[in-house]
Design a protein around this ligand. Structure first.
Ligand SMILES: *Cc1c(COP(=O)(O)O)cnc(C)c1O
Length: 547
């Protein structure tokens, strides 16, 4: 390999070649290309190494900051990618990996992604995207229709309207949330007599003009961390993102939400948005959106729903009612790279009213000119790929009915998994799966029983020790590489709001079976039976007897 490396030297001729000549079928890249197209699962199975190599060890393969002076042969670089990168990547699509929010991809996404890459359209303006612009507008319209279900005339009038956007297609839920809150903030400090608007004059001038002492965003304590970034970027500060306590089911306490709104109003702090969660990242729980909409509406506050995860539940006739009230939201976030099964890098934010997003409209002379249909006039991002083609294709190839089956199956799988956990006396279900996410932990039965009647201070101590057990089991299982659940920390009501570390399972991969879940629990019990975990458990038992 180092031998051939020496042979490569830069020439216009070889550069011309790499732009124009495809790799031969028997070259390294040609062979990979074929095996990926013919048998992706096999390729991943074969090349991703299960055993965990230490990250600090892997870093040695990526230690050189120098850009190579001389070119590397394609085959050498591809060999490096295979050995050092593919081998040490994460098997996201494995059906036994139920800890992530990204799962297996439908096969058609691969060739389609390739078409998208080859065309390399830029959605910032029509000049570089042509048909991709109306296509993306349609995708935004379809998601708008999924959420709001307005009539045909509404979409005829607005979907392709040059001066308006029903939403913004972006790289993910974070940017979608930021976009929604950006519009909300600018609408709160809108242009009026003697004030050109926040977008022109800035936050300080806006606050002075309107006489507010501060701005705030209210969300439950289960709010996604992207909201904190939005509060920071939008200049109101993370402390102005106010967390409202949740009930025993991880849903926002609307009584406390209403109270906080009124307290802030009395202190002359303007609530620029209330955020409802439809599928909390950690527990999958859904806020009482209808009640939140009432609270927002009564006070004239922008109501945003973060349904990055749970939005596609709207496809299901059975479970759609769980999201009742979402159609009253002023804006809604939905991640396409989660439950629409699109590759990473696709999120959408839609707005109930076509004029809401106008508060962030911007133009430039050489690009996104006023009066053009350029999508760049309503986005945070500038240049953007044609990812919408993948969403468009998913929506057509899978269809509403197909997505419904995926959603329904994930939720019933999660319920079944919850039953399995409940049936095993050595596991404790921490949060019920309202959607397809649940949390649990390993606690031997005798400890569970002792914990129930223990005084509060002892419970805290025991839970701290059990957290070490959960953490250790999760890390060990990840290291073994056969299956994976993630872990997070909750403050369950039934544990006096103690910090409790839990396993978090996300059941969105259609290839996951009940047997796989059974095996995963069995593996966790095997790990629990090993000396290091037993030693930790002994310490827990000692806490009870005070020895
Ligand atoms: C995933 C998620 C986000 C953030 O989305 P990214 O695509 O990771 O930027 C925001 N909110 C919720 C509820 C999510 O699940």
């Amino acid at each position: 390999m180092s031998e051939s490396k020496k042979l490569a030297s830069a020439s216009l001729e070889s550069l011309y070649r790499i732009f124009t000549v495809p790799e031969a079928p028997d070259s390294t890249l040609g062979r990979i290309d074929q095996s990926i197209s013919q048998n992706l699962a096999g390729f991943l199975q074969e090349h991703i190494v299960a055993s965990e190599r230490d990250l600090s060890d892997i870093e040695k393969d990526f230690a050189d900051p120098q850009i190579p002076e001389q070119p590397t042969f394609v085959s050498d670089q591809i060999q490096f990618v295979l050995d050092k990168l593919v081998a040490q990547s994460v098997h996201i699509s494995a059906p036994s990996f139920v800890g992530h929010m990204a799962s297996a991809l439908p096969y058609f996404m691969l060739p389609l992604s390739r078409i998208m890459m080859a065309l390399n359209q830029n959605l910032v303006k029509v000049e570089t995207s042509k048909a991709f612009t109306p296509m993306e507008r349609q995708v935004v319209g379809m998601i708008h229709h999924l959420v709001y279900g307005r009539d045909k005339d509404f979409y005829t009038q607005w979907m392709h309207d040059r001066a308006h956007a029903l939403g913004s297609f972006c790289s993910g839920g974070t940017i979608a949330n930021l976009t929604a809150l950006w519009a909300a903030r600018n609408n709160v400090l809108a242009p009026t007599e003697g004030f050109a608007g926040l977008g022109q004059e800035g936050l300080v001038a806006g606050m002075q003009h309107y006489g507010y002492k501060g701005l705030a965003i209210l969300v439950s304590e289960r709010g996604h961390y992207s909201l904190g970034k939005a509060a920071d970027i939008l200049g109101i500060g993370r402390r102005s993102l106010i967390a409202i306590e949740t009930d025993a089911n991880n849903k926002i306490r609307t009584d406390l939400l209403a109270k906080k709104c009124d307290e802030l109003a009395a202190a002359n702090i303007k609530v620029m948005a209330i955020v409802g969660i439809a599928g909390a990242s950690e527990t999958g729980s859904i806020d009482p959106l209808d009640q939140m909409a009432d609270i927002a509406q009564e006070r004239g506050i922008h109501f945003h729903v973060d349904s990055a995860w749970g939005g596609p539940t709207l496809f299901s006739n059975t479970y759609r009612p769980l999201l009742k009230g979402i159609e009253r939201a002023d804006s809604v976030t939905l991640d396409a790279h989660k439950q629409l099964y699109v590759p990473m890098g696709a999120g959408i934010c839609v707005f109930k009213e076509p004029s809401t997003l106008s508060s962030v409209e911007h133009h430039a002379e050489y690009i996104i000119r006023k009066g053009s249909k350029d999508l760049g006039s309503h986005t945070v991002e500038g240049s953007r790929p044609g990812m919408a083609i993948l969403v468009h294709s998913g929506l057509h190839i899978i269809g509403r009915q197909g997505y419904e089956l995926l959603i329904d199956q994930g939720i019933s799988r999660a319920r079944h998994f919850a039953d399995m956990i409940r049936a095993d006396k050595d596991f404790e279900l921490i949060s019920e799966p309202e959607l397809n996410i649940l949390t649990y932990r390993y606690v031997p039965q005798d400890i569970q029983t002792a914990l129930e009647s223990a005084p509060a201070s002892l419970r805290t101590e025991v839970n701290e020790q059990l957290n070490l057990v959960t953490k250790r089991i999760q890390k060990t299982q990840r290291g073994l590489g056969r299956s994976f659940v993630s872990r997070t920390r909750l403050n369950p009501h039934h544990h006096n709001r103690n910090a409790v570390i839990v396993f978090r399972a996300v059941l969105a991969n259609p290839l996951t079976t009940n047997q796989i879940l059974q095996d995963m629990l069995a593996e966790q019990k095997e790990i629990a039976a090993t000396p290091p975990i037993q030693a930790l458990l002994k310490q827990v038992r000692n806490l009870f007897c005070g020895c």
